[in-house]
Write a protein that binds this ligand. Sequence first.
Ligand code: ADP
Ligand code: GN1
Ligand code: MG
Length: 370
Amino acid sequence: MDDNNNTAGLNAASQFDIQGEIVDAKRFGSGHINDTFCVSTNTEDGRSYLLQRINHHIFSNVDGLMNNTKIVLDHLKGKLAHLGEERVEKSTLTLIPTKEGKLYCKDEEGNYWRMFLLIEDTKSYDIVETTAQAYSGGQAFGEFQKQLSDLEAEKLVEILPNFHNIDFRLGNLRKAIEKDSVGRVKSVQDILDYIFDREERMRTILDMAQRGELPLRITHNDTKFNNVLLDQEDNVQCVIDLDTVMPGYVAYDFGDAIRTIINSAAEDEADKTKIVLNIPLFKAYAEGYLSEAKEFLTEAETASLLHGVFLLPYMQAVRFLTDYLEGDTYYKIHYPEHNLVRTNAQLKLVQELEKHESELVEILEQSVNA
Ligand code: ADP
Ligand code: GN1
Ligand code: MG
């Protein structure tokens, strides 16, 4: 299987406009959606490339997706141009066109591929360890939102509509329960009760938005910590994984980042006793984020951040559970019950957040007023 994938990767890599001979295409990273390969070449400058097979079952509008990416990257590069080309290439993704000058190509099996420059000497963390890393992550996503604040939303296709709309996600869960296509509903009744008990609270951001209190901005929408690259000293290098850049509310980005930062364990930890909060990392991320975002956030947006912290792990649990009930068709899984384990891990995180809510409120208030 992996051999086939590598062959497919090598074939696809040869379609792109790169210097030198391709030496290798190796699997890379731990994303749940696309298949990522690191492509090395024998050029003197030793350049490597990042090749991705786009999951076109999820991103059915590949053309729209790639146009969005191009528009966002051009905008970001414009903001950084004064720093010089070398710095721009390290701080933003750079698309490599195909030999025909296109943004992506399609292979004989109907798969779509794209390529970026590999940004060398960088690290991405699935689990955050230090406050310096967390602070840098906060700065990175705060700056990202700031840089995109003057990009006209109409230029982007809303690539996955309702992506963070909790009504939509709970609606999908209800449909999956009704269908029960793989007969798993009976075994998750307790989990469903836990989820539906919290439904009202989790609508807070939607309610604020419906009252017109929250501006729609261009947000990243997948701010899991491994979607920011840090340099060897853990300073911000580059925000990556731009597939879901769309109009959204800032609290969604804040909450999704905190979901992965505040958790001492992995997103799919099976031993729930290991899922505890690392509150200093929360504080560091909040401070890093606000150091950039303070200048554009409205009062209501600032007030919405905490709701995002509760909503995003909850929504992630709803999404993992829906996929489990539908027979694991969306997220890559590594063993049969993986999506159920992921669901329980996210709900344990919600439980821990509830236990420490007053502490989190206090820290956020301090960071806002710092
Ligand atoms: P997915 O959508 O599957 O999460 P990503 O675009 O996030 O895919 O890429 C997967 C991983 O590959 C990232 O978490 C990161 O570790 C690494 N990565 C992605 N793009 C680059 C790049 N241009 N340079 C270096 N590493 C990268
Ligand atoms: C997916 O692609 P990746 O692994 O960065 C997912 C996110 C989830 C995340 C959970 C397009 O992100 O929304 O939060 O898994 N991306 C998409 O780990 O659904
Ligand atoms: Mg990713």
